[in-house]
Write a protein that binds this ligand. Structure first.
Ligand SMILES: CC(C)(COP(=O)(O)OP(=O)(O)OC[C@H]1O[C@@H](n2cnc3c(N)ncnc32)[C@H](O)[C@@H]1OP(=O)(O)O)[C@@H](O)C(=O)NCCC(=O)NCCS
Length: 401
């Protein structure tokens, strides 16, 4: 297919693997290596990737796979997950990303998947394609030496020290319980688990091998790093299904006496600060929008999740990229949605990127209204939408892709 004169957009083949790897390493400034490359090809089959070709050379690439995503409240939906978006520095700003995206989204629509998700590396590009940030992540640093738990903090015990290899089965089982509860979390493919437990040196970021604390209802995987301020335990992944597991694992991490600091990534409402006598010890060092989401089919996507209160609202949705725009009536009763195209006058006007941000419940409509990105007829309707779209648990990404 030729969307730009001289450039062919086509499906990748196994013969393209080395050129795709070189392009990706160049675009992202990294060295993939054989183990990571194999994992990527297992999770994202090469035959489903799209490449852009100029005179026989691969100069653009996108890969995708179908993922099982949890949406509010504890429902799952099959979605398209996109990764590895790259265009050669020799060919930038000629519309090659746009051409590949056009083809990618045509395929996703043809497959009937209602949502596309993507962990984007730049914030200014993807709104024009109908994506909005949909998860909030807070990187925190804690000076462990001053950490003291409040008398009200549970001390349930139950955590054990395990090697990552010994912990693997428990970790996988707990993750699977956790991801079914948490909007934004995905089922994790075997190849991605194998990669995590193999813990290859190039992906340790200069830290030690992974260590594990396991509780019957949670786990914490962490590694030690030498920072300028002292030895630091960096939590690579912590998943807890119960509040007791959360408290028990944080108590274990605070028990790492020769570490001066602990680093972790928390959602907005993680209870950690409120377990401590000094909540300011949990110091946010940066905030990130861990996942972006696009509705491919507005009624199918809105019907796929459930809602926390009854609602009757008409949305006018604009889509600058595909033809998913239109006016839709969303009627919710007892959490179940019935969304259909309508001729009625809209109560709310918004872009499809804004609806993407609202979808997992982490970004309220009222904030977009204040930013003039959403127009509501009355503020009562806005409150009702925020109550209905809110989720029981903070949205969180299961695994990075
Ligand atoms: C980001 C990247 C894929 C863009 O590829 P490209 O072929 O140059 O993009 P295009 O020319 O098709 O641009 C598409 C649109 O995005 C805009 N755009 C592209 N890069 C942008 C940037 N860095 N910041 C803001 N806008 C950008 C273009 O202006 C264009 O807008 P328009 O179509 O509305 O006029 C490429 O620069 C790249 O590979 N970067 C390094 C790796 C990376 O960041 N990948 C993204 C992973 S999330």
């Amino acid at each position: 297919m030729t969307l730009i004169p001289g450039i062919t957009i086509r499906s990748a083949t196994e013969d393209d693997a080395a050129a795709i790897e070189l392009l990706g390493d160049t675009a992202f400034g990294m060295h993939t290596g054989p183990e990571h490359g194999d994992m990527i090809r297992h999770v994202f089959p090469t035959a489903e990737a799209i490449v852009a070709v100029d005179n026989g050379s691969i100069i653009g690439h996108i890969r995708s796979t179908t993922m099982t995503l949890t949406v509010p409240d504890e429902r799952t939906v099959e979605v398209c997950g996109i990764a590895g978006v790259s265009v050669a520095p020799t060919h930038r700003r000629r519309g090659i990303l746009r051409a590949m995206y056009t083809e990618q989204h045509r395929r996703t629509e043809a497959a009937g998947l209602p949502l596309t998700i993507f962990t984007v590396s730049q914030g200014a590009i993807y709104g024009r394609f109908g994506y909005g940030p949909t998860i909030r992540e807070n990187a925190v640093t804690i000076d462990r030496r001053f950490g003291e738990f409040l008398p009200s903090t549970p001390d349930p015990g139950g955590g054990t020290l395990r090697t990552v290899t010994d912990a693997a089965d428990s970790v996988r089982a707990i993750y699977d319980r956790w991801r079914r509860l948490v909007p934004g979390a995905q089922e994790r493919p075997n190849a991605r688990w194998d990669m995590m437990f193999a813990d290859p040196v190039p992906f340790r970021g200069g830290g030690t091998n992974l260590f594990a604390f396991v509780h019957p209802d949670g786990y914490a995987l962490y590694r030690y790093h030498h920072r300028e301020y002292g030895k630091t335990a960096v939590v690579a992944e912590m998943r807890t299904v119960t509040a007791d597991a959360h408290a028990a694992l944080w108590r274990a991490l605070f028990g790492l006496e020769l570490c001066t600091h602990i680093e972790a990534v928390l959602t907005d409402n993680d209870p950690l600060p409120y377990l401590l006598t000094d909540l300011r010890l949990v110091r946010t060092t940066s905030r990130h929008d861990g996942l972006w989401l696009r509705l491919m089919d507005v009624p199918a996507a809105l019907n796929a999740r459930s809602y926390r209160r009854d609602l009757d609202v008409v949305f006018a949705v604009t889509d600058p990229f595909r033809d998913a725009s239109g006016t839709f009536a969303l009627r919710v009763r007892d959490g179940i949605a019935d969304c259909t195209p309508t001729d009625r006058t809209a109560d709310i006007e918004l872009g499809i990127d804004v609806l993407g941000s609202m979808y997992l419940g982490a970004y309220p409509a009222r904030v977009f209204a204040a930013a003039n990105r959403l127009r509501a007829k009355d503020s009562g309707q806005l409150r009702a939408i925020d109550e209905a779209f809110g989720a029981e648990r903070d949205a969180e990404l299961g695994w990075f892709f």
